[in-house]
Design a protein around this ligand. Structure first.
Ligand SMILES: Cc1cc2nc3c(=O)[nH]c(=O)nc-3n(C[C@H](O)[C@H](O)[C@H](O)COP(=O)(O)OP(=O)(O)OC[C@H]3O[C@@H](n4cnc5c(N)ncnc54)[C@H](O)[C@@H]3O)c2cc1C
Length: 139
């Protein structure tokens, strides 16, 4: 069985955007299904299915890893991410390009400035992240 989109848990962890992931993985799955239909035996079918999984990893996995890193960073220190995105012109320009569809989260996360900030921020203590609430006292 080939799964795509939400069924394959493909989405951007940071923006929660899932439509382009559904469209792009659906396109790959359609081509993989055509290849599967033309296979002669189980071994060829497995190869075709593995190829689909690899394509999804290569194309969408990279973006999901980058958005997961950004989400972790944001969860650990939302104030820092907000300040970087609103006050640092290179970061702001990247966000602008992302919103305009000219780059992906992977494109934001691979700039030297953001990569350095991400590496440093993982060493910072958690700030502003939502913490578990204690249970209300019994009345
Ligand atoms: C409230 C909300 C807001 C969102 N906003 C955005 C946004 O702004 N931008 C963005 O990119 N993403 C957004 N998403 C995510 C986006 O909607 C999904 O990632 C995307 O629609 C996934 O597409 P899909 O084709 O994988 O699944 P779906 O769009 O869920 O399509 C699956 C279809 O299969 C049908 N189906 C299910 N089971 C069966 C069955 N057994 N037999 C036949 N049909 C079946 C369902 O009825 C549905 O029509 C949002 C999601 C939610 C819930």
């Amino acid at each position: 069985m080939l799964v795509a989109g939400d069924a394959a848990a493909l989405l951007d962890h940071w923006s929660r955007e899932g439509i382009s992931y559904a469209l792009r993985s659906g396109d790959l799955a359609g081509h993989a299904a055509a290849r599967l239909a033309a296979t002669a035996d189980d071994a060829e079918a497995h190869t075709a299915a593995d190829h689909y999984e690899q394509q999804v990893d290569d194309v969408l996995g990279v973006e999901m890893t980058a958005s997961g890193t950004l989400m972790n960073l944001f969860t650990r220190n939302p104030g820092l991410v907000h300040t970087a995105l609103t006050r640092l012109p290179p970061a702001w320009r990247r966000l602008d390009a992302y919103i305009a569809g000219r780059t992906s989260v992977a494109g934001i996360m691979t700039t030297p400035l953001v990569r350095t900030a991400a590496a440093l921020a993982t060493r910072l203590p958690l700030r502003g992240a939502r913490r578990p609430q204690s249970a209300p006292p019994h009345s």
